[in-house]
Ligand binder design. Structure first.
Ligand code: MG
Length: 369
């Protein structure tokens, strides 16, 4: 079997708001073969830039576009193709947008391999440890603590057993931050988890101050308190924080996650559509597991990302949590026709070959740039 063409489909809502919402603009990758099998992937990044990374012609060595690299190759050699794409883009790549783009190709190649072998992707990644995955949803903090509490009750009413709040007013004053966190904790109630995403708004000292106040509330993790590049700060914070520290939604490659784990991160959060795809996500979770840490997918774009994340978690012995995006965007709700639904706080892992998803051509036609 040979790859005959690679499509990078840019889908974009007509109006894009300046908010932390990755469901407004996505790049869907389709890899077609001479056997008539097509693999589907997704890139969650700057879609115009990543589309160009796919479509750029061949250049001098290690400066190629991805589509040209892939055409003519055997799609079943997924890990070899990852190394090939990484090496042949490394003059401009190695991290950032080039790895984001490789993520989309890699997810599509795993989907293709599963379809060709008649097996769901999780079986190829490491086995079926579960048929559904516990979900958590992410909310922006409300404008007031009362509004945050109301959102938390909404999450409970949806059957969720874990909720994350972040961004919005968080990170300005200690008293306001704690009022929001306490309101969320109270409304979510006993037996359910609350996590907090600081959106890179704190310093080591201000994060530690908040972590010490959050610990008695049983907060599940404090996410991205520091800049994504303040690795020394994370090392210092992780040594002292009584609340687990999470980060890594913007991290790429196995070497990036290896570094985060060595710095002491308690929870790493690879996004399969950013980190380098399922090939990297699987390596990252294996390293986390070996170090006694957790890997929990960051997942806030389309049903393609969700399906890939579900397969990844199903393949991990200790991976029973996935982020479930509740945004109303049709790119999240409708692009994947058989979007796995949230039922009693869990999401079923697709069982059909590959990722087990189908795209809605009408949604593609409506939102294609
Ligand atoms: Mg986050």
């Amino acid at each position: 079997m040979k790859i005959v063409s690679v499509e990078a489909l840019h889908l974009r809502l007509p109006n894009i708001e300046e908010i932390a919402d990755g469901t407004q603009d996505v790049l869907i990758i389709r890899i077609h073969t001479d056997a008539g099998i097509t693999g589907i992937g997704e890139v969650s990044s700057q879609s115009y830039v990543c589309k160009a990374i796919f479509e750029a012609p061949r250049s001098a060595e290690r400066r190629h576009g991805l589509a040209n690299l892939l055409v003519g190759r055997d799609p079943l050699e997924v890990e070899d193709l990852w190394r090939y794409m990484y090496h042949q883009t490394n003059r401009y790549g190695r991290r950032g947008a080039a790895i984001h783009a490789i993520s989309g190709a890699d997810i599509a190649l795993w989907d293709l391999r599963g379809k060709a072998l008649g097996k769901p992707v999780h079986e190829l990644l490491g086995g079926a440890h579960r048929t559904s995955v516990r979900a958590y949803a992410s909310y922006l903090f409300g404008d007031t603590p009362a509004a945050t509490g109301a959102l938390a009750r909404e999450a409970v009413d949806l059957g969720l057993t874990a909720v994350k709040f972040g961004w919005g007013p968080f990170g300005k004053t200690l008293s306001t931050d704690m009022a929001h966190v306490e309101a969320a904790r109270r409304a979510v109630g006993e037996g359910r988890d609350v996590m907090v995403d600081a959106g890179c708004s704190l310093t080591v000292a201000s994060a530690l101050e908040r972590a010490r106040l959050m610990a008695p509330l049983g907060i599940g993790w404090l996410e991205e308190p520091l800049s994504q590049d303040d690795l020394k700060g994370y090392a210092e914070l992780c040594r002292q924080s009584p609340v687990p520290i999470a980060a890594g939604e913007g991290e790429t490659t196995r070497w990036g996650f290896e570094d985060l784990i060595e710095r002491g991160l308690h929870v790493i959060q690879p996004d399969v559509a950013i980190c380098g795809g399922l090939t990297v996500a699987r390596e990252a979770s294996a390293m986390a597991s070996a170090a006694g840490r957790r890997a929990v997918p960051h997942c806030f774009s389309t049903g393609v990302n969700l399906a890939a994340s579900l397969h990844w978690m199903a393949s991990c012995a200790d991976g029973d949590l996935v982020e479930y995006c509740l945004r109303p965007s049709p790119l999240m709700r409708e692009l994947v026709r058989n979007l796995p639904p949230l039922v009693d706080g869990r999401v079923a892992v697709p069982q059909a070959p590959g990722l087990g998803i189908e795209l809605d051509e009408d949604v593609i036609a409506e939102f294609r740039v």
